[in-house]
Design a protein around this ligand. Structure first.
Ligand SMILES: CC(C)(COP(=O)(O)OP(=O)(O)OC[C@H]1O[C@@H](n2cnc3c(N)ncnc32)[C@H](O)[C@@H]1OP(=O)(O)O)[C@@H](O)C(=O)NCCC(=O)NCCSC(=O)CCO
Length: 252
């Protein structure tokens, strides 16, 4: 891999964006390499949680602006589609994903974090969608995912002003799940990942499916999907085992 580092530590797979001298800005090669790793491990049962992070002082400063001069409108559309499709794949990935955000997460970097299930940030982060300052706007899904995560008013403020946001405000508005001390970021995220890995994996997968697909359409479709998935959970060994354990403890 040229642009990422991969650390396999079952049950965790670490995907580390690795262009630190360019603040881990995202080029086509990086999109390809991330997609390729995710496809390789999708059926590996030993890997239960994926953690994305960045090497050096950034999670990622966004799409690689140095490539923008080569983009005519059609190539720009294709690049945005490629980035957005990877983010769609991450959002719907059957295993839980965590963005461990260190330093800058801007533009496409924040959009990558938005496509993850959980976002844990260190105190020193600066988050934002500064694309407006380049005369464009977020193209890897940010206009849609940010609105759904924090609401239209706050999302429009972030997207239209392009300002950088600090950790405490990001936590207050729900942009990140949790802010932790920089020195304990990796430890806390690892603990969270191990906790997730202990959970019944089919139920986790069903939750992701119901939440992601259910929220895309009318509420009645989402609620129906919830009921269907709930039924499927009863077909799993994990459900039988855990319900039996609960009941047997109480009947003693
Ligand atoms: C993140 C900033 C504020 C950091 O500033 P600073 O600490 O001063 O560091 P720099 O010298 O600016 O950057 C170091 C090095 O990285 C290169 N770089 C940084 N960001 C990018 C990028 N997005 N693309 C390409 N290269 C980048 C920078 O050129 C330097 O390289 P040298 O070879 O040393 O010159 C600041 O870097 C910043 O504002 N970055 C841009 C953030 C941004 O606008 N992101 C949105 C991109 S568009 C997008 O993501 C579309 C998808 O929706």
């Amino acid at each position: 891999m040229e642009t990422i580092l991969v650390r396999e530590e079952p049950p965790i797979e670490w995907i580390i964006l690795n262009r630190p001298d360019k603040l881990n800005s995202i080029n086509v090669k990086m999109l390809d390499e991330i997609g390729s790793v995710l496809r390789q491990i999708v059926n590996n049962d030993k890997i239960k949680v994926i953690i994305f992070t960045g090497s050096g002082k950034a999670f990622s400063a966004g799409a690689d602006i140095s490539q923008f001069k080569e983009l005519d409108p059609v190539k720009a559309w294709e690049f945005a589609t490629k980035g957005r499709e990877l983010m769609d794949y991450i959002e719907r990935y059957p295993k839980p994903t965590i963005a461990m955000i260190n330093g800058y997460a801007l533009g496409g970097g924040l959009e990558l974090a938005l496509s993850c299930d959980l976002r844990i940030a260190s105190q020193n982060v600066e988050l934002g969608l500064p694309e407006i300052n380049l005369g464009i706007y977020p193209g890897f899904g940010g206009t849609q995912r940010l609105v759904r995560l924090i609401g239209k008013g706050r999302a429009l403020e972030i997207i239209m002003l392009g300002d950088r946001i600090k950790a405490d405000y990001a936590e207050r508005i729900g942009l990140v799940n949790r802010v932790v001390e920089s020195s304990s970021l990796e430890k806390e995220v690892r603990e969270l990942a191990l906790k997730l890995a202990e959970k019944p994996q089919t139920a986790i997968r069903l939750i992701k499916t119901v939440v992601n697909y259910g929220n895309d359409g009318p509420i009645l479709s989402g609620l129906t999907l919830e009921s269907l998935g709930w039924g499927i959970a009863f077909a799993t060994e994990e459900e039988k085992k855990r319900v039996d354990e609960f009941l047997s403890k109480r009947s003693k």
